[in-house]
Design a protein around this ligand. Structure first.
Ligand code: ATP
Ligand code: MG
Length: 576
């Protein structure tokens, strides 16, 4: 709903979001226009009242008093309604912007999240969206309010032409100064937004990493970092206040110059009998009426600057297209895997795979063994296309993984990562994340196979226990078992266990393995293994070293023929 054409101005790109709610917005604007039309009549009524009822005594004063009161009441009610509709529009626009941002973010590939900081994203999806929303909805309303100046001017012209011209004399100057103010304020608003994002990042890291912070007694240091960043924000804000303090009073007070001129010239004209007392009083009200719109105009300029800076930061995210292009083929996978001279360099520049080649026939269970940072997890991440290869090709059932529809491919490749993430929902829903419609019976079976059923039963609410943020109330090994259950429930033809049992003790691992053995049969399985007991699950071992497969064979074969394998095993933790 944001126009993807980057050559357009930020406002035109955001326009579709507002247009989606045009009726709501137009209702509000129409109401506030009517309110203004009513409002500008009031000084004129006062003028006629004074001139006819007080000075000439040809009409009843009470009649004008009632009229003024009635108009004021009507204006109040109409303005109230206009405001309600405006706020409703604002919430709708904000909701849409958030959705646009969120649905874009969930589509971004892993590589994107390697680059950006979460605090940055938080601020982009909260305060930046708010700033854009404010301008998009309040902007038109302010412009409508400013038309009161037009009405007032028209009425003034109809009453007394020279006096009207004098009252409006200061306005062009306001326009020109406003333009200069815009140029001065924009860079500071931009600075504020980006520094706020930096603060959000520090807060985010302090909260998420609070256990590490405390473990190293680094609260003070963390606070100092925060204070430092907050100080930079304060500097930017005070800088903005300083720039604004130059411009705002000037912009606001110029219309008052008109007031003085009206009094002077109007007074002289009244003495000459060319203007009535009522006219001077009415003009006085009109010039006062001109002030709020001009103050709002100043606000509009400020809002506009903030919104422009914020919009650019939002577009920066929205314009980052996912470099993972979806394929077209949908097919039930058999599970034949082929890595063909695969090279991969992470977006940040680490060359993780340097020509890895191997094949795994359907149904086979293969262990990936290698030293840390050799590229095992990278192999696991490339198969479901979390990243795309930078050289060579990965094929499943003889077709490049890039030719498959992404959703279909990933549904059929179950991945249990080394650091599983749990949502703050019930255990049952966590396990059923990939198959929300699953029956409790199936969920239980998956949990049993993953060695999780027992401890889940022991929890206060069993399967309905809600796990805390990131599942912190569970131990690392318990979380790993839930993640295995989650992958098994989907029953994918290809399963990747990336060191998925590293945090469970050997006895539990053995039980999981016993259950897995039946589940793994018929399924192509890659197991990243750090223990002999895990390797024992596999029919075949691939030795990974420095981004390449340097040996391939059964555990027993490699042990006797491959000294590098023996060396890697010797460094591993001893098996039970
Ligand atoms: N998201 C990432 N961005 C940039 N570089 C990365 C990223 N993930 C891993 N790397 C780098 O790629 C290389 C291979 O990492 P990988 O995670 O595949 O190793 P591994 O064999 O799984 O190691 P371990 O046994 O410790 O889990 C390492 O040099 C690592 O620093
Ligand atoms: Mg790893």
């Amino acid at each position: 709903m944001i126009d993807p054409d980057v050559s357009k101005s930020w406002l035109r790109r955001a326009l579709p979001v507002v247009l989606a709610h045009r009726w709501l917005l137009l209702t509000s604007l129409a109401l506030s226009l009517i309110g203004l039309l009513v409002q500008v009549q009031i000084p004129d009524l006062v003028r006629i009242g004074i001139d006819d009822a007080l000075v000439a005594r040809t009409a009843s004063l009470a009649k004008y008093a009632w009229l003024v009161a009635g108009f004021a009441l009507a204006q109040g009610v109409i303005n109230y309604l206009a405001r309600r509709y405006l706020l409703k529009t604002a919430y709708e626009v904000e909701y849409d912007l958030r959705n646009i941002m969120y649905s874009h973010l969930v589509r971004m590939p892993f590589g994107f999240y390697d680059r950006v900081q979460t605090g940055e994203l938080m601020s982009r999806s909260s305060s930046d969206i708010r700033a854009v929303q404010m301008y998009l909805t309040f902007g038109p309303s302010i412009i409508v309010q400013c038309t009161i100046a037009g009405f007032a001017f028209a009425l003034m012209l109809s009453i007394n032409v020279p006096l009207a011209l004098v009252a409006m004399a200061a306005m062009p100057a306001v326009g020109i100064l406003g333009w200069y103010a815009r140029k001065a304020i924009f860079p500071v608003s931009w600075l504020i937004q980006s520094r706020l994002a930096r603060v959000a990042t520090v807060v985010d890291e302090s909260v998420n990493g609070v256990r590490i912070v405390k473990a190293f007694a680094a609260e003070q240091r963390q606070l100092e970092t925060l204070a430092h960043e907050a100080d930079r924000v304060r500097w930017a804000y005070s800088r903005e206040a300083w720039v604004r303090s130059w411009w705002s009073p000037t912009l606001e007070n110029l219309p008052r110059l008109g007031l003085a001129l009206v009094l002077l010239l109007g007074g002289l004209m009244a003495i000459d009998g060319r203007a009535s007392i009522g006219t001077i009083v009415a003009f006085n009200s009109y010039v006062l009426m001109l002030q709020p719109p001009f103050r709002l105009l100043g606000m509009l300029i400020m809002l506009g600057q903030r919104a422009k800076a914020s919009a650019q930061r939002i577009y920066e995210v929205l314009d980052t297209k996912s470099d993972i292009v979806d394929g077209a083929m949908t097919k039930k996978l058999n599970g034949d895997i082929e890595f063909d001279d695969v090279e991969f360099v992470y977006p940040l520049g680490t060359a993780a795979l340097k020509g890895a080649s191997f094949t795994v026939p359907r149904g086979q269970t293969v262990a990936l063994v290698g030293r840390t940072a050799s590229g095992k997890s990278t192999i696991a991440r490339l198969l479901p296309r979390f990243y795309d290869v930078t050289g060579g090709a990965i094929r499943v059932d003889g077709h490049d993984v890039r030719s498959y529809r992404l959703a279909g491919l990933r549904e059929q490749i179950g991945v249990v990562p080394d650091e599983p993430f749990l949502f703050s929902i019930s255990i049952r829903d966590n396990i059923a994340y990939g198959r929300p419609s699953a029956e409790l019976e199936d969920i239980r079976r998956a949990a049993e196979a993953a060695g999780a059923h027992e401890f889940i039963e022991g929890l206060p609410d069993g399967y309905d226990t809600v796990v805390g943020e990131r599942g912190y109330t569970l131990s690392g090994g318990q979380r790993q078992r839930l993640a295995i259950a989650r992958a098994l429930l989907v029953n994918p033809p290809i399963l990747i266990l990336d060191d998925a049992t590293s945090a469970v003790d050997v006895a539990v691992e053995q039980r999981i393995h016993d259950a897995l053995k039946t589940l793994l049969s018929g399924r192509t399985t890659l197991i990243v293994a750090h223990r002999l007991s895990t390797i024992a699950l596999a029919e075949r071992v691939l030795l990974v070293e420095d981004g390449r497969i340097v040996a391939d064979g059964t555990h027993e074969d490699l042990l006797t023929t491959e000294p590098r394998y023996a060396a890697v095993l010797a460094e591993m933790e001893p098996a039970s």
